[in-house]
Design a protein around this ligand. Sequence first.
Ligand SMILES: [Zn+2]
Length: 213
Amino acid sequence: MIKNIKNFKLLCVVAVIFIMLSSAPVFAEETPVIDSDMTFAEAVQNMPTPAPKNIMNSLELISVRYFSLDEKVHQGQILVRRDLVKEVQEFFRLAREHRFPIYSVIPISSPRFDWSDDKSMQANNSSGFNYRLIAGKDVLSKHAYGRAIDINPQLNPYILNGVSQPAGAVYEPGKPGVFTSNSPLVIYLKKQGWSWGGDWVSPSPQDNHHFQK
Ligand SMILES: [Zn+2]
């Protein structure tokens, strides 16, 4: 009987420890800081030049979770082409696994950016779809098809002829949230057939925050 009581106590202690260990990360995952909570209609509203219907019909708005620079779990949203959803979700899962911080992920239609890539970059915001031309060219960007994502632009600037966008951003490999060719996230996307702008060489810009497929 005494032995049974001891066993029972031991079982209780083990059970409590198990519940504490298993519930802690779940709790963190269940109460993210909400960076974006839009409907699809809100995520595509007020486009300066409306995208054609076939592009609109190919897009999907997905919710993603990430550790931000405050080391808390945040939840944001990104608009991408439907056939790339699984790869983008895996990218964010890997970012959490490697504790690769992502500052915020908010569709560029947000009143904070109003479809301005510059405003979104200045805010270090990550995004996908944007019906726009390639900077400085007369050709639609892969973003216009939901086939490109920009991640942590302040930390991973676009550099052309020694000039950085967003203005004043400095590329410092080794800092949290900065991509290099050795980053597991870069390696993962390239394996799936994406190209990383950080690999591009002159006369193309070195676009360190940009991935496209
Ligand atoms: Zn881009």
